[in-house]
Design a protein around this ligand. Sequence first.
Ligand code: CA
Length: 419
Amino acid sequence: MIDHTHDVEATSWVADGSGTNDFPIQNLPWGVCSKHGIVVAIGDQAVVLRSALDQNKLQFADDITLALRASDLNDFMSLGQEIWTLVRHALFELLRGEPVPEILCLQSELRLVMPAKIGDYTDFYAARNHATNVGKMFRPDGDPLMPNYLHLPVGYHGRASSVVITGTEITRPHGQLKPDEGDPIFAPCKLLDYELEFGAFIGCGNTMGERITMDDAMEHLFGIVILNDWSARDVQKWEYQPLGPFNAKNFASTISPWIVTIDALAPFRKNGPARLDSDPPLLEYLQPVTEDVLDVNCSVSISSATMRSDDVEATQLTKSSLSNLTWSFAQMLAHHTSTGCPMNSGDLIGSGTISGETKDSRGCLLELTWRGTEPLDLPDGTQRRFLQDGDELTIEAWCESDSATRIGFGSCTGRILPA
Ligand code: CA
């Protein structure tokens, strides 16, 4: 809900906390650092929750205080929408009132770690343009979309243990590869790719046997992060039938460190997702009832080791928007729990690769280079079909509109190490 914390006139006493970067007072995203526990970003600083509580600058009921003193966000996420909003309002007042610089730390001095213990991770396939492009490449003779695609959000159960925080180096995985001619071999992946996605953290879960319906799905989501689902395309091609991706997707997925809350995203929600007149009608349990679409801009850039040593700026690969999804996070959650599958606080659901309609909005190299047949030129004179050792990928994301203050997500970065 839009309230006074989204007021474009609101400013903070924290220098640079008033709309000049990713983290103005209208944003207040949550993270965790190794030394101080839970922190909230403001400008180029962060509020250390333990310090603010120790100095009685924030005062809450015992269960909230205990959750905010923890070393991850799971307990706070489990407290629910009303408490998240209550604490957001208290932080907003604190950062508007009398200056208390002793509760702050410079973000540049923090080592941010995983914001929550992720018990379960599910990745969806929710952008029609991505599914269509992949379908055209792998099944050129038939309908690129499988018959189920427009009836339900397709997903697979991923591997929570391999979700890592931005900056973690990614070692090129080995895998079983099948050459066009001859027997399979075991070797380093040759077709390493990124996937531009967002991940939604579950706040309050559900009891086994109960469903989360579209009516309140958005209230179960705590917030979202940028997600890069690193993918081994040659492993995937050989293994994916009949049960879907396995080792191609289980070696690393990188997230950005600050969770931007659904509360902060209130001015950037839209009705939808849009469907075409020719699309089949949705079953009732998947019909949107609120503004389920989150309008978040995103871009991907790459730098090679040579580019970095020559001080050449990273070059942009992809420009897209989370609003390109065919299925919303609310629909993914309603479908995921439609069997009564229990979700827990801190579970993560990935959107799937976000591709738009234009070539420059394709969300992975597989699509951008059309399976390697249309290589991209980099400023260092080399070409890319897929990622090479030393390549560094950075995804950035932000929201902007005429009627709201711009807010950002920070960035999600990873560098490829040799196998
Ligand atoms: Ca994916």
